[in-house]
Design a protein around this ligand. Structure first.
Ligand SMILES: [Zn+2]
Length: 211
């Protein structure tokens, strides 16, 4: 090929191309790591002297701790840093739980509970967020969506509620009521480890969808 004087000027456009390539190389990884959170704070509801719901010999505090540890294990396997507000059967006040979360800078807060009601026909899963928190609402929606799609019980949806632990927590915060222990059928299911494993998987799915 004959090289004309015009083609000899090609180093200028090549320089621009190289510059743009370097720019994208510098910017893209940063965008890819710009996630909605770095750490998941998992809050096992109740504990110690605070038993939570207590029906048919099943204690909410035990199921919430077991489920929280399952969620932690699955998140860890995905390389997501986690913090538990309690890792044993101990009492931790609500303000202490929020304080543990607030020590982190870029976190979401996921509080794990099981429900109870004197009307023992009530059953199902619902997720709460603090009123006015759009990020909390978004996170609640993602988690409830996954749970509703897989867990064969009543989908009670997401609800705004002025819950103290959600109010005190600075990051996006949700509280999941994973089933009614007061309902015999749901009590048996929630007390079974296979169901808690599926609930844990779906909560993590929701968390990853939010991320
Ligand atoms: Zn509870």
């Amino acid at each position: 090929m004959i090289i004309t004087s015009k083609q000899k000027q090609s180093p200028v456009p090549i320089g621009i191309v190289l510059f743009l390539a370097l720019l994208f190389a510098a910017v893209l990884p940063h965008q890819a790591s710009a996630k909605n959170f770095s750490t998941v704070v998992i809050d096992a509801g109740h504990g110690g002297s605070d038993k939570g719901s207590n029906w048919y010999g099943v204690y909410e505090k035990n199921l919430s701790l077991d489920l929280s540890k399952r969620i932690q294990r699955i998140l860890k396997s995905k390389g997501i840093p986690t913090v538990l507000t309690r890792s044993s059967d101990t009492y931790v006040a609500l303000d202490k739980r929020a304080a543990i979360a607030n020590r982190k800078s870029h976190f979401i807060f996921v509080s794990i509970h099981f429900n109870g009601h004197r009307n023992t026909s009530y059953r199902g899963i619902e997720t709460f967020y603090y009123p006015g928190s759009s990020k909390g609402r978004q996170l609640a929606g993602k988690i409830q969506h996954e749970l509703g799609a897989r867990i064969k019980t009543k989908n009670r949806g997401i609800k705004a509620a002025r819950l103290k632990v959600l109010r005190l927590t600075k990051g996006p915060a949700v509280l999941i009521e994973c089933g009614f222990l007061s309902n015999r059928w749901e009590n048996n299911r929630c007390n079974a480890s296979w169901l808690r494993e599926i609930i844990a998987e779906e909560i993590v799915q929701g968390i990853m969808a939010y991320r």
